[in-house]
Ligand binder design. Structure first.
Ligand code: GLC
Ligand code: CA
Length: 557
């Protein structure tokens, strides 16, 4: 297997709005990231993915870009960005940035020009349609139809919010502009991109009517608008124009790609270096994406999804693995549900977080942590819909009410799934606002910051932070096995136990056993020398391994 830095890197997704505020306006900023680089270095990560910081009206927290060549003043300036790239580089941390190229903000100059003058060349940069009736019944990801009417008989298309009009990739001139943007940032020194919502760029079935799915008569665009035939031409051209010949990587947000086509995306000559797979991150979602139909699931299903994903990717190329991101609820809540530690149950929280950490660092693929995961951060209790910021959450809340849920139930569903759970400000210490800001934070902090914060965990030898740090070191030490080794599931009878091996070319093998359940489990196991155990020492006698509640071990032979 070809050795490359982006396979060995440990990624960390950083949400700038919530990381560290340095000027008291309650919003995290680039200077804040610079200030905390040494913290990230200490944790051991070496690849930073920074979520959007471009000029934006912030309807969708920067995923609505007004100018790709400008830093939003609330995050700082282009000088700050240059300084950030330079300082990160000096610490051996590469930076990738979010490229949001399926759509822009409606405040982008192109869209404004297109609206003003139907004859403008920018009209073709977007998807305008003349039609008496709504051109199709696709439902946008955030609310209502994908079509918004602008004049009599004229509509434009938006996969997400109506303030996020989709770009028309069929237009050559637009594509040239897109490549120019990407090359501008690569020339500046970023090491690549996380490609936002990229499997939506080719329009196909969502332009036609589909079977209505609910009372609104609409059909989810995620079912009919993803990965449409012909998308590969755009993606290949993009790779050739921007990535080939450079020392850069891409990681694509790519839902909707079936496993038998994944090779085209991530194989030898794939469009991207790697993609994020959503199969197990979305295990709690029922089809249709409505948060008020929670899917019930068992550990056996989770295992199936994980290994199906791992093996399909392994057969065809390289993947990225993660348990959390800025669109997901916190993993402790998602994977342990009503068994998740309560805020004050610190021991249980440690065990559950480190069980998940052992899973994540054991899997094959480039690991991406999400900020706060290394502290075992959990979902934040929101007591009213007014406390949320995320437009998706607010949309889902009203959808739930419309579907007949009472307010209490609707609030519970959005509490479980809200994207704001992962966006609460970072708790640096136990002081006012967790040391995140001197001012008023833009979103409330998880109230447990007094007990659970970075400073406290850095001061303890056996904290979640220290455990993640050790895992990162282990992954760097055991590159041959933990990065490049093949993965194979170990079949066990115990429902809550996830077990697998990683085998290097040399034959060296690492075994991983994780008890996701609250009961003790015993199983016959191949083990060897203990590399890591979240209880300190593992219990293994005559090839019988006893796993205490939430125990996770890694061994080597
Ligand atoms: C992606 C982003 C999400 C954003 C959406 C629209 O899914 O991860 O945060 O809202 O695209 O850009
Ligand atoms: Ca600020």
């Amino acid at each position: 297997m070809e050795r490359v830095w982006w396979k060995e890197a440990i990624g960390y997704e950083l949400y700038p709005k919530s990381f560290k505020d340095t000027n008291g306006d309650g919003i995290g900023d680039l200077k804040g990231i610079i200030e905390k680089l040494p913290y990230l270095k200490e944790l051991g990560i070496d690849l930073l993915w920074i979520c959007p910081f471009y000029l934006s009206p912030m309807r969708d927290n920067g995923y609505d870009v007004e100018d790709y060549y400008a830093v939003d003043p609330q995050f700082g300036s282009m000088e700050d960005m240059d300084a950030l790239l330079e300082k990160a580089g000096a610490l051996g941390i590469r930076v990738i940035i979010d490229m949001v190229l399926n759509h822009t903000s409606d405040r982008h100059r192109w869209f404004q020009e297109a609206l003003k003058d139907p004859k403008s060349r920018y009209r073709d940069y977007y998807i305008f349609k003349e039609s008496k009736e709504r051109p199709s019944n696709a439902r946008s990801c955030f609310s209502g139809s994908v079509w918004e009417k602008v004049e009599e008989n004229v509509w434009y298309y938006h996969t997400f919010d109506k303030t996020q009009p989709d770009l028309n990739w069929e237009c050559r001139e637009l594509r040239r502009e897109v490549y120019k943007i990407m090359n501008y940032w690569l020339d500046k020194g970023v090491s690549g991109f996380r490609m936002d919502a990229i499997t939506y760029i080719k329009k196909g079935n969502s332009m036609k009517n589909a079977e209505p799915q609910g009372e609104d008569g609409l059909h989810d665009v995620a079912d009919i608008g993803l990965n449409q035939p012909g998308i590969g031409d755009f993606l290949l051209e993009m790779r050739k124009e921007c990535i080939d010949g450079r020392d850069a990587m891409t990681v694509a947000e790519a839902p909707g790609v079936p496993y038998d086509e994944i090779g085209e995306f991530i194989g030898e000559n794939g469009y991207f270096s790697m993609i994020f797979d959503f199969s197990y991150a979305d295990i709690d979602l029922a089809p249709g994406g409505n948060w008020y139909y929670q899917a019930d699931w068992k550990f056996s299903q989770l295992k199936k999804l994980i290994f199906h994903s791992q093996l399909s990717v392994q057969r065809q190329g390289w993947g990225a693995v993660y348990l959390e991101n800025h669109d997901q609820s916190r993993s402790l809540n998602k994977y342990f549900r009503d068994k998740a530690a309560l805020p004050y149950e610190m021991r249980k929280r440690f065990l559950q977080s480190t069980a998940l950490g052992t899973l994540l660092f054991g899997l094959r693929g480039t690991v991406f942590l999400y900020q706060g995961e290394e502290l075992g951060m959990m979902n934040c209790p929101f007591s009213s819909i007014d406390e949320f910021d995320d437009l998706n959450t607010i949309d889902q809340y009203y959808r739930a009410l419309k579907a007949g849920c009472d307010e209490k139930k609707a609030l519970k569903f959005v509490n479980d799934r809200s994207r704001d759970n992962s966006r609460t400000p970072y708790p640096w210490n136990a002081k006012k606002n967790g040391g995140f800001t001197e001012g008023r934070p833009w979103l409330k902090l998880n109230p447990d910051y007094r007990e659970n914060n970075a400073q406290r965990q850095q001061n303890e030898d056996s904290s979640i932070f220290r455990f993640y740090q050790k895992m990162i070191r282990l992954r760097k030490e055991k590159t041959e096995t933990l990065v490049y080794g093949t993965i194979e599931e170990i079949q066990v009878e115990n429902e809550p136990v996830i077990a697998f091996s990683r085998k290097a070319e040399s034959g060296k093998t690492i075994y991983v056993y994780i008890n996701m359940g609250e009961d003790e489990e015993t199983l016959a196991a191949k083990t060897g020398k203990c590399l890591s155990c979240n209880y300190g020492d593992m219990i293994c006698k005559e090839n019988t391994l006893t796993l205490r509640p939430y125990e996770a071990v890694m061994t080597e032979s």
